[in-house]
Design a binder for this molecule. Structure first.
Ligand SMILES: Cc1ncc(COP(=O)(O)O)c(C=O)c1O
Length: 342
């Protein structure tokens, strides 16, 4: 890509030739009038893949999460979630601004809010304390380093939440990566949840879009909320056509991205004074003993390698279709070199 090995995110991926053709040829209609046949097909396809009754195309993962939070809460409620979940760290306090709720965070090791955390969040029900009404789980977990939560652990937390009377939303922006890493279907990871969102525009390479899944009545309510948030769109079949190619043909190749991250990590871990957590999927964090992340990122960029600075002493590399295995190996070697003598 322009001579740059861009490892900032899997969102930088360009649509494939098959997607561009499908977009050009898509049958479309006005989706605000419920008349776009390609969007309807994609929604049905993804709902079936995830084991839900219905689904709704969203312009972004953030909107899908925020619509779900609005769906399942009332102003004054609290949302149980990991302290570094996407809904906390990267959605501009959207839950407070848009739904009038605040996060009740749990510090976790790998980003997963366990059944035990859910049980521990219980407190006496009394009129002068706000209520936790929603649990948000994130799988894979971005800031924990693309960590995967197994179907058994997802089930345990979902069951614990339901026993407590909480709704459950799964932020599955990279649920596809979790399913491929575990060798299971995505539906197994969200079974029993009230809603789940998956993204088309990350490792699956579609240009735009996430899908929110839930029961049919809740999706009709979500359609109204999406419109209120300004997300009612017209001929989205052009985008949905790329989404269909994404879900039909781009899931199993994610294993290649995981392999690229493993190789990058292996080579990068040869550097002195760094801690490299072996990646479980396509996201790799390297932690430095010195607060020189920006210096290293600048050195890498001088060699045409783009990584994300995640605070003073951490860098993030995300592998994807548009970087080759050889480029990831080169990035690992460049990182080892750049982190010398800092
Ligand atoms: C875990 C997670 N959830 C939600 C999102 C938001 O997706 P979008 O960028 O499409 O709004 C991201 C984006 O990186 C993410 O990593």
């Amino acid at each position: 890509m322009n001579g740059i090995i861009d490892l900032r995110s899997d969102t930088v991926t360009r649509p494939t030739d098959a997607m561009r053709k499908a977009m050009a040829e898509a049958e479309v209609g006005d989706d605000v009038f419920g008349e776009d046949p390609t969007a309807a097909r994609l929604q049905e396809r993804v709902a079936a893949m995830l084991g839900f009754e219905a689904a709704l195309f969203m312009p972004s993962g953030v909107m899908a999460n925020e619509v779900a939070i609005r769906l399942w809460t009332r102003p004054g409620d609290e949302v149980l979630c990991d302290a570094h979940s996407h809904v906390v760290d990267y959605e501009l306090s959207g839950m407070a601004a848009l739904s009038g709720v605040i996060p009740r965070t749990v510090t976790t090791e790998r980003g997963h809010v366990t059944a035990r955390d859910v049980a521990a969040s219980k407190r006496p029900r009394t009129y002068f304390r706000s209520e936790i009404t929603l649990l948000v789980l994130e799988n894979t977990h971005n800031l924990a380093g693309g960590t995967v939560t197994t179907a058994a652990d997802m089930q345990a937390s979902i069951n614990a939440a339901r026993e407590r009377g909480l709704k459950v939303h799964v932020d599955g922006a990279r649920l596809w990566n979790a399913a491929v890493a575990l060798g299971c279907g995505p539906a197994e990871l969200v079974a029993g949840a009230d809603s789940a969102m998956v993204t088309l525009s990350k490792g699956l390479c579609a240009p735009v879009g996430s899908i929110l899944c839930a029961d049919r009545d809740s999706i009709e309510r979500a359609r109204r909320i999406r419109k209120q948030f300004g997300g009612g769109m017209r001929q989205i079949g052009h985008l949905a056509a790329a989404g269909l190619v994404a879900v039909d043909t781009m899931v199993s190749r994610l294993a290649e991205d995981h392999e690229k991250a493993r190789r990058l990590a292996e080579i990068a871990s040869g550097a002195a004074a760094v801690r490299v957590t072996p990646p479980e999927t396509n996201i790799l964090f390297v932690h430095l003993e010195t607060p020189k992340a920006q210096t290293i990122a600048d050195r890498l960029l001088a060699g045409n390698i783009h990584a994300s600075v995640m605070g003073d002493s951490a860098l993030r590399f995300v592998t994807h279709k548009d970087v080759s295995l050889a480029e990831c190996e080169a990035a690992g070697a460049a990182f080892a070199e750049a982190s010398k003598a800092i």
